[in-house]
Ligand binder design. Structure first.
Ligand SMILES: Nc1ncnc2c1ncn2[C@@H]1O[C@@H]2COP(=O)(O)O[C@H]2[C@H]1O
Length: 558
């Protein structure tokens, strides 16, 4: 109960961390976007939320306007209510370390004492990093003005380890880690291009808008003065540079050359990183699948190399395709091999016990029996027309039908004696050593898969081990087997009667022997008692004799 609560608390804290870190991420990006905005002009359509229009380099703070063609750019005024409310939202991620007490492990135990948690946090490097990231550097705007260059709020970036931690956690917990990794990569690329675009715009402003072909065009031109146009132009320019597509205007000043060189170097690094990340994601995807699916290529190469007949090759290929398309896992134990035995048993039980419950004889079995059983089951998939077992073969395993249809067929492979579907089992007769079974350990029938069948295979040894602990299940299996054998005329009831008579005879003989043994033991005990009393008498007489000789009296008559 306590553990569940703890889990819930942890989950809640992690969710908070993730959502707050995402907010922080947005905040970081937004804070950078503000650079573009700080070079804009304010107009006042509503108290609190302001409409900003583009400023020209010549007039950093021109008079308020609604922009060309009455179009409005909805952004936040740093002195308005809207920005204040935004800051309140952003205060949550900043203050969450003070609100949420995140427990830590000491010698494997969770420490939940607030004092200890606080001390640990204060002594950690994260504390100083958080403090530095909280410094209200925004106040510098008051001194430097809204048009101050980048870097004033750079300390907010110190929060990025939290973001990375949140992303890391999310990656571990998400059901689709590959998609998540790709999304993360794309977000990083977009953020990189965004920041590069901001730098380009800042540098253009520094050099002067429209002074040459390379910089951002003159913002006094209504077309280039709109915030959206400024942003998209800068973003596009940076995309060209960072993807090394080229086709960018020739730089003509030292700053421009430096910026372009830096951009190209960054592009090379980014390209290598992207290629590496994408390759690793693709390889990981393949590896994860290969953990429980058979590899196509080696099998196909083998069949080709050994010149296996085309029909059989096609069957194998169909089988491989069926596994892949229907996500049939035949190597589940491989996928779960790193789990502890206990956890593996729990996972196997959670996945397979419902399927086993559909098997009639297991419907009312104890859960412990089924849990024991699922650990030993091996998934198998058969293609249409394939024989799972043939009459006369030595039985080494039995099967449970998880999905699909199979038929008990005659030698011709067509005549059906019985149909087996979900929840049925077969192959138990030859491995159970049923008394009177004339087939011994040989299969009593042919079993053929009608379509694709998904089975559980249980080896003879594993079945024996499990049944040894659960005799009621053994009796149920044997009873069903005897019934089938009886129908087939393969059960020698005489053998059973003979065996029963023999058993009774043996019992009778054992009892007779026991009686004789008891009688012999009684006689022996009597003899021993007689012997003992005789010996005692003899001893007494000898003592008396010795006593008489000592007193020189006449010897006593016997
Ligand atoms: N008439 C039948 N109905 C259902 N199952 C059968 C029938 N005949 C044979 N079987 C199953 O087919 C299996 C073939 O292998 P076994 O003899 O080990 O065990 C056999 C039974 O489980």
């Amino acid at each position: 109960m306590c553990r569940v609560k703890q889990d819930e608390r942890e989950r809640g804290a992690t969710l908070c961390e993730i959502s707050l870190s995402v907010l922080l991420f947005i905040h970081l990006i937004t804070s950078r976007s503000l650079y573009l905005q700080t070079r804009s002009v304010v107009s006042f359509p509503h108290p609190g939320i302001y409409v900003w229009e583009t400023a020209s380099p010549q007039s950093p703070l021109p008079s308020p306007s609604f922009g060309p063609k009455g179009k409005k750019n909805w952004v936040l005024d740093p002195s308005g209510d809207g920005y204040y409310q935004w800051l309140l939202v952003m205060m949550v991620p900043i203050a969450y370390n003070w609100i949420f007490l995140i427990c830590f492990l000491e010698e494997g135990l969770l420490v939940a004492d607030p004092g200890a948690i606080a001390w640990r946090y204060v002594a950690s490097r994260a504390f100083w990093r958080d403090v530095a990231s909280l410094l209200p550097t925004d106040l510098l705007y008051l001194w430097l003005g809204l048009g101050c260059p980048l870097g004033v709020r750079a300390n907010r970036l110190l929060r990025s380890p939290r973001l990375l931690e949140a992303l890391d956690r999310a990656e571990t917990r998400t059901a689709r880690p590959h998609a998540f990794r790709l999304a993360k990569l794309v977000s990083c690329i977009l953020a990189g291009i965004h920041w590069h675009g901001c730098l380009y715009f800042a540098l253009s402003g520094h050099i002067g808008f429209g002074v040459d072909n390379w910089v951002y065009p003159n913002t006094s031109d209504p077309d280039f003065g709109r915030l959206l146009r400024q942003y998209l132009h800068s973003f596009y320019f940076s995309t060209l540079v960072l993807t090394t597509v080229g086709d960018t205007p020739e730089p003509s000043r030292e700053e421009e050359f430096l910026f372009m060189a830096g951009g190209f170097l960054l592009a090379v690094l980014a390209f290598a990183t992207i290629m590496g990340s994408v390759a690793s994601v693709v390889v990981d995807m393949g590896r994860a699948e290969a953990a429980f699916l058979p590899e196509h290529d080696p099998v196909k190469a083998y069949l080709r190399e050994r010149q296996v007949e085309p029909q059989l090759r096609r069957r194998v290929e169909n089988w491989l395709q069926h596994l892949r398309m229907n996500c049939k896992m035949i190597r589940e134990d491989q996928a779960l091999r790193h789990l502890s035995p206990n956890l593996r048993a729990q996972v196997a039980a959670a996945v397979h016990v419902p399927a086993l419950r559909k098997v009639q004889i297991f419907r009312h079995c104890e859960r412990s029996f089924l849990e024991e059983l699922v650990l030993r089951l091996q998934p198998q998939v058969y293609v249409p027309g394939e024989y799972v077992c043939r009459k006369g073969e030595v039985g080494r395993e039995m099967f449970f039908v998880r999905e699909g249809q199979l038929a008990v067929v005659a030698e011709d492979g067509v005549t059906r004696y019985a149909l087996l579907g979900e929840g049925h089992y077969f192959g138990e007769i030859s491995i159970l050593s049923i008394k009177g079974n004339l087939s011994g350990n040989r299969r009593t029938a042919n079993i053929r898969s009608l379509g694709y069948s998904d089975l559980f295979r249980l080896s003879k040894g594993d079945l024996a081990e499990v049944l040894a602990e659960f005799p009621s299940a053994k009796e149920a299996l044997e009873a069903k087997g005897r019934e089938i054998l009886l129908q087939m005329g393969q059960l020698d009831t005489q053998v059973e009667a003979r065996e029963e008579a023999q058993r009774r005879e043996e019992q009778r003989r054992t009892q007779a022997l026991q009686l004789r043994l008891d009688a012999l033991q009684t006689r022996l005990a009597r003899m021993l008692a007689g012997l003992e009393s005789g010996a005692l008498k003899l001893t007494l007489r000898l003592e008396r004799l010795e006593g008489g000789r000592g007193g020189e009296g006449p010897p006593e008559r016997p």
